[in-house]
Write a protein that binds this ligand. Structure first.
Ligand code: DC
Length: 219
């Protein structure tokens, strides 16, 4: 097995779970949301109209996006912190809705995975459906809306009332867009994390793996 796809809406636990899972297995981890965030940062810096796909594409097609040692690099510049800003977070779903922009970004994500010697846990929204539809294990993480709001508020330090509207709006935008909408692949295993801790979720996923994957020696 070379790849596990972990998809799901915001606050379902994708990032924490997929990072821990990769650590547990000695695999690499790819955060595809960081690519959309970095592309959004570049578009904001360039001052283009984010709703205009042609303008955004002009910026994005010239970018070198890659992840190295867990850092997101935008043309070689580490932007991991900057892409977590409220401004980038709010704008990313607009950029991620453009199909031709996605195509440019997805190509760089596939190239990254193809260039690795180790297997990878890839987290996102469209990994099981579009980016790696042949992934042997696809997990769709979900959680109740109130729990997802609670987690996001804890993570960002914002009040729940503020988080609630934003999360719902972004999830709706991600799930209803025409290009690669966020949804579970037909063969994804759905895991409700509302009442489960991170370790318990990771343990359940590990149990789904063939035993030789769990004890594979490091490369
Ligand atoms: O997971 P995240 O919050 O870092 O994602 C940022 C934005 O990118 C969010 O609007 C969802 C979108 N995204 C996407 O469309 N496809 C992915 N594979 C990952 C994220």
């Amino acid at each position: 097995m070379n790849l596990i796809a972990v998809d799901g809406p915001g606050g379902a636990g994708k990032s924490t779970v997929s990072r821990k899972l990769a650590e547990r297995l000695g695999w690499l981890h790819l955060d595809t949301g960081a690519y959309y965030r970095a592309a959004t940062l570049a578009a904001l810096r360039a001052g283009v109209d984010l709703e205009d796909e042609d303008e955004v594409l002009e910026v994005v097609k010239l970018l070198r996006l890659r992840q190295e040692h867990g850092l997101m690099l935008l043309n070689g510049e580490a932007v991991s912190e900057e892409i977590r800003s409220a401004e980038v977070t709010a704008a990313a779903s607009t950029v991620a809705a453009h199909g031709r922009v996605r195509a440019v970004i997805v190509r760089q994500q596939r190239q990254w995975v193809a260039g690795q010697k180790q297997p990878v846990v890839v987290e996102g929204r469209d990994i099981g459906t579009v980016v790696f539809p042949a992934a042997e294990l696809k997990i769709w993480l979900e959680a109740s809306e109130s729990e997802r709001v609670r987690r996001r508020a804890e993570e960002t330090g914002q009040p729940e009332e503020e988080v609630e509207g934003d999360l719902a709006r972004r999830d709706h935008a991600d799930a209803s867009r025409a290009a690669s909408p966020s949804r579970p692949a037909a063969d994804a295993i759905r895991l409700d994390t509302t009442n489960l801790g991170v370790e318990a979720v990771v343990a359940r996923i590990v149990q789904m793996l063939p035993v030789d994957e769990v004890f594979r020696p490091p490369v």
